[in-house]
Every structure is written in C-alpha cells, then in structure tokens.
Design a protein. Structure first.
Length: 438
C-alpha cells in the first residue's frame, strides 16, 4: 500500500526510541514531585506519580528529532518543500462515494504533479484545506464548528546563563489570573519560553505584545521573576505574538456515511483547540496512533475504516475539545467582568441576600480557588497534573468530590486566597498601572 501523509509533524506516543532520541538531543524529563514549593513538602510519592512526566523540549528540537526518526524508517520518502493543492478521486462502485486515489502537489519549482496513493492522510494542521479539497472531488463538505478562543498569545524565548532552572515555588509556572494567563515552558539546551495570554478585547493589555511592556509584565509576576532575573537568564528571541486562535472541529462522517473514502484527517486538521491548554501535540499523537490501529483492523475496507476512525475521534478528542470550548467561554466571561471592574463570581454579588447563581459560583471557585489550591494541596495538584497529562478525563476535576471539597476550602478562606492570588500576580488595575508607567 502506498500512503501519502500531508504535513505531519508529530509522532511518538508509546515510542521509546523517540523518547530516547529526544533525551539524547537535550530534552529533559520533569517528574512530578520535583521542585515542589515548601507548602507541598515533604513529598510522599504515590505509585501512579510515575506516569506524571513533562518533557522539557522546544518545538524546533522536537520536530528535528522526529524528522530524523521518520527519515530512518524503511519505505518512507520525504518530500520537503512540496505543497499539496488538492485530491484526485474516482467514484467507488459499491458506495457511490468519491474514492481518493492520490493528491495534486505543487513542487518548489515546475508544474503541478499528481501522486497516486491508496491512502491519503491529511496532517496539514489547523489551516488544513481539506473541506475545499473534498468539495473539489464532489464530496459533501464536512460539518464544521468553530469558536474564537478570544485570546491573544505572546511569547519570548530566554536562555539560562548557567543552565540552572529555578527551584521550589518558581519551578513550574502556569497560572490564570482571570484577566491574564501565563506560563513558563522549560525547553532543552537551557532555553525556556514565557507565554502571556489575555483577552484580545483587552486593548490596554495588548501593549504586552511590545518587548518593553512584555518584560514589565513578567517582572510583575512573582513566580516568573526568578526565571528572568538578569543574573539567571537573557532573552534570545523577539516577542512573538499570535491571535485569531480558534477551537475548530470537523466531522468526516455524516448520517453514518463517510464523506469520501481513502482519506483521513489527523491532529489539528480534524480537531484543533486553544494552544494555551498545551495538549494539541499529545492529542494529535493519540489521534495518529488511533488511525494506525484503525487501518490495521480495516485494511481492506475503507468505508469501515472511516466509520471506526470517526468513532475513535469522538471518543478520544471530543471531551478535550468540549472542555477547551467551555473553559474559553468561562475565561471570556471572567476577563470581561474584570475589564468592567467587577470582582468575579461570588464576591461580585452586590446583594448578599440575592440568590446564588450556580454558574457564577463555580466559576468563582475555580477561578479564585483552584490555582491557589494547587500551590498548597497535593491532592489538588496531582488531580490537575493528571488531567494535564491526559491521564484522567477533563471532567475528572469537577466530578471528584474530594478535589472540589479541597478547592472550596481554599476558596472559602478569602483572606488566604487573596494573599495567594497576590503571590501569583497583581490585579488587573495594578498591572495596567505598571504597564502605563513612564
Ligand atoms: C502558539 C501555539 C503554541 C502551542 N503550544 C503547544 C504546547 O505547548 N503543547 C502542545 O501540545 N501543543 C501546542 N500547540 C498546539 C500544537 O502545535 C498542535 O496541536 C500540533 O502541532 C498539531 O499537530 P499536527 O501535526 O496536526 O499539525 P502541525 O504541527 O500544525 O503540522 C502541520 C504541517 O503541515 C504542513 N502543511 C500545511 N499545509 C500543507 C500543504 N498544503 N501541503 C503540505 N504540507 C502542508 C505545515 O507546514 C506543517 O509542517 C500550540 C499551537 C500554537 C499555535
């Protein structure tokens, strides 16, 4: 069988050889329990903690290692610099559906070519043009839903001068202040990045996309400060900005029938979501592996393969997509309330005797309780990290009474939670003042 994989930049799940190659190239494993803040010590490991590992690695290193691994495989030919511009198909006698028989490609020079293939995998990412390509071969367009993530995203890379990452409270940084979300991503070779994300409607905050304001914002965030201290690190890139981010899902089966045979969309080409949640690569790998299993099982039956892949996509990707959409909606409301100068959730209730709005209540608990709780309660931290690692489903946090009870306990102690919030970063008004100062 000849398969054409378009795009395709991720692979590696359950692939110890790839993990080994990444580690050899300088990626580092960060294990749960390393560098915990004093409030969470002494650390008592649990057997399942073994699975909680972050891979500190830049995207560029990751891609480079994967490409080398793929090139070393037998029967793989890599065509760099070639862009796919469409599909070729013929009618399938049994189903009447278009049966994809190859792709139209545009090499770096010369005329468009047709490459025949028994199978086409669209891995061209979030800008995948597969709906148009399907329309061109007479297939129905996929059902598609899109929702703006509502944020802009701004990042900068830094180099650790002596390679040593901060320890303790500043070791793992990922926080949501409502009006601002931020994280430090440790990479390989002493490189790390800091990312800020805020509502794209927050005009005064958009100045953080400028280098000077970006640095001011970082300096106002206590957990980030030890990373960017001049004696520890120096910037090695410009400030890079991205907006127009969307959660987008496409369905390639309608009313129990595939739209076309012999073509599958994997990763972001099928389902993409807000990058802030940091799981797009992992989910794309889960998806690619699932496709391999489906194709092994239904090698001779493209119709059955399409249905099986649709089912696995719904099972494995949909919950995370839905979670991203819901979180983004909540985040937009919280950020908008903060822009209007309101305190979010329960504290905003002007009349203490008024009935409780359950949605606002839960939003308030999560917004103001979860992140502070993660810094002082091991059970909460473990539950969050398990969900981040995709080991537990996204709803696991909200359906675990023990975790909810602990978050509530932190949330109810208003004085303590406000102190914790201050330790994570200033309120929006203060941040605006810092950014606007001469
Ligand atoms: C700013 C940002 C930060 C992110 N941070 C994280 C993170 O920290 N962790 C995480 O897990 N995920 C993160 N993601 C999400 C992650 O990048 C994606 O989910 C993941 O890369 C999807 O993999 P993919 O293979 O489906 O697509 P991609 O990685 O986008 O690969 C698509 C490939 O197809 C090629 N291509 C496109 N069109 C064509 C064509 N017509 N012909 C041939 N080739 C084509 C592209 O050049 C590219 O190489 C982030 C995304 C963004 C935008």
């Amino acid at each position: 069988m000849k398969a054409v994989v378009l795009g395709g930049s991720v692979s590696g799940l359950a692939a110890p050889d790839i993990l080994e190659a990444l580690l050899a190239a300088g990626a580092a494993e960060i294990r749960f329990g390393e560098n915990l803040p004093p409030e969470l010590q002494p650390y008592e490991p649990e057997p399942a903690d073994e699975d909680l590992v972050l891979l500190a690695c830049r995207r560029i290193t990751f891609e480079w290692v994967l490409r080398k691994q793929v090139l070393a495989l037998p029967h793989v030919t890599w065509h760099g610099g070639v862009s796919c511009s469409g599909l070729v198909a013929e009618p399938d006698a049994a189903s009447g559906l278009p049966r994809v028989t190859g792709v139209r490609v545009q090499p770096t020079s010369g005329a468009e070519e047709v490459w025949n293939a028994d199978l086409v995998v669209d891995a061209t990412g979030r800008r995948s043009a597969l709906p148009e390509w399907l329309r061109e071969i007479g297939a129905e367009a996929p059902e598609e839903e899109r929702e703006d993530c509502g944020i802009f995203y701004t990042s900068r890379f830094y180099r650790l001068r002596n390679g040593e990452r901060p320890q303790g409270a500043g070791a793992l940084v990922a926080t949501d202040l409502g009006y601002l979300k931020y994280a430090v991503f440790p990479g390989d070779a002493g490189i790390f990045s800091v990312t800020l994300a805020a509502s794209k409607d927050d005009a005064p905050l958009r100045r953080m996309m400028q280098p000077e304001s970006f640095e001011r914002a970082l300096a106002a965030l206590p957990p980030v400060r030890p990373w960017i201290a001049a004696e520890r690190a120096e910037p090695v890139s410009d400030v890079r900005n991205i907006a127009a981010l969307q959660n987008r899902r496409r369905r390639f089966v309608r009313d129990g029938r595939p739209l076309a045979l012999g073509v599958h969309a994997v990763g972001d080409a099928a389902v993409c979501q807000n990058p802030m949640y940091g799981r797009g690569c992992s989910l794309s790998m889960v998806h690619a592996w699932a496709l391999a299993d489906v194709l092994n099982e239904h090698a001779e039956d493209p119709f059955a393969a399409a249905l099986a892949f649709d089912a696995v996509t719904r099972r494995e990707l949909d919950p995370w997509y839905e979670a991203a959409r819901m979180s983004d909606r909540d985040a937009r409301e919280v950020a908008s309330a903060q822009r209007r100068g309101e305190v979010s959730g329960m504290d905003a209730k002007p009349d203490p005797a008024a009935p409780v709005d359950p949605k606002a209540f839960m939003r308030s608990v999560l917004q103001e309780g979860l992140f502070p709780a993660m810094t002082q309660d091991m059970v909460v931290l473990r539950a969050v990290v398990r969900a981040i690692n995709l080991l537990d489903p996204p709803e696991s946090l909200m359906s675990n009474p023990d975790v909810i009870g602990r978050v509530l306990a932190v949330w109810r102690d208003r004085e303590k939670r406000e102190r914790r919030q201050q330790e994570l970063g200033p309120p929006r008004n203060e941040m605006l003042r810092i950014l606007a100062a001469p």
